[in-house]
Design a protein around this ligand. Sequence first.
Ligand SMILES: Cc1cc2nc3c(=O)[nH]c(=O)nc-3n(C[C@H](O)[C@H](O)[C@H](O)COP(=O)(O)OP(=O)(O)OC[C@H]3O[C@@H](n4cnc5c(N)ncnc54)[C@H](O)[C@@H]3O)c2cc1C
Length: 356
Amino acid sequence: MSASPKIVIAGAGIIGAVAAFELSRAGADVTIIEARPRPGEGVSAASFGWINAITFDPENDPSIYALRQQAIGSWAALEQALGKPLPAHRQGALFWGDTRAETMVARDRHREAGCDYRIVDRVEIAELLPQLTLPPEAALFAPEEFALDVTATARMLLKAAEENGAALITGTEITAIESAGGRVRAVRAGDTLLEADRLIVAAGTGSGRILAPFVQDLGVEPSPAALVTVTGNFPQTTCITDSPELEFRIPKPGLLISAHDVPEGSDPEGTLARRTIERTRRILKNTGELAVRSVQIGQRPFPIGGTPLVGPVASLTGAYVAVAHPGVILAPAIGARVCDLVSGRAAGSGLQPIML
Ligand SMILES: Cc1cc2nc3c(=O)[nH]c(=O)nc-3n(C[C@H](O)[C@H](O)[C@H](O)COP(=O)(O)OP(=O)(O)OC[C@H]3O[C@@H](n4cnc5c(N)ncnc54)[C@H](O)[C@@H]3O)c2cc1C
């Protein structure tokens, strides 16, 4: 192996982009290979992009909760390293449950886990969301939470990585890994055989296919979710809102973005379009004529069991996997972990290493 190992990153979604930026600013020799024509066009393009802990029950997984809480600071550190503002929607976030009691239970669980969200009452909720038809009695407010335009963020990070000397190859699929003596040697990308001393597989739902000859079952399942964008009379930008009826944000006047589970049936896009219009009309007033601009269904890479898969591949020395959900929130922790792993440093990211 050469003095400066050649690092190949498979996938230019948000996870590959953060890893590329971090490695390139540490002086590594990095090449990112992306199958699609442009970076950030995988599931990252359909993401709601919310950096949050407020929707997560800390009892589900305290270590992931801690990473979610740290994510705001980690993204701020990345922004500082980039030296320019991230494309973010920053107005804080509101959360409420079906009943006041449910909202209070959530508040108590967060408080026990060390996070004291402020309770806002009906008057303050109406100030934060003036178009709300019927503000609830109480909600939790996280003023520091924000949402990213994930594709734009990935492209910004990759551009900075290129300025640091990284190479980005798009429209080129990795179809095979060449190994010798149990160690990664090269990847086949399109017609080219590209030398690789280290391979970081950050290819989302495509990661299992790349590693298939070496890992029988990576344990990543595609899980669909949808982003529906609606135009209408939304005079004011608002905070991010997770209400029982709709998870939405208004990042600029006239435009509402909402995130949804994907319904069963032969026409999920049509159902989602109708559902979003109905719910938006119900919870917001004076919306004028509403029109669906887009319904994007993305396949989120869900590691089975929920634990992020970030670690070395035991059957192939020099190969690492970086797949997690929720990937935007966790991307800075994963980028830090990847840097630790390829440089042989001890853990610093808070993510436990997974040996596959
Ligand atoms: C509706 C919706 C809302 C969401 N909301 C949130 C949220 O609020 N907060 C949050 O944190 N997460 C959210 N997520 C999840 C989040 O978007 C994903 O976890 C994250 O984008 C995953 O990033 P990634 O880089 O792993 O995957 P991707 O963005 O899919 O990137 C992987 C890339 O690898 C490429 N690739 C695949 N195979 C190959 C190959 N063989 N060779 C080369 N390249 C290859 C793909 O083309 C792709 O570009 C949401 C997702 C959806 C759909």
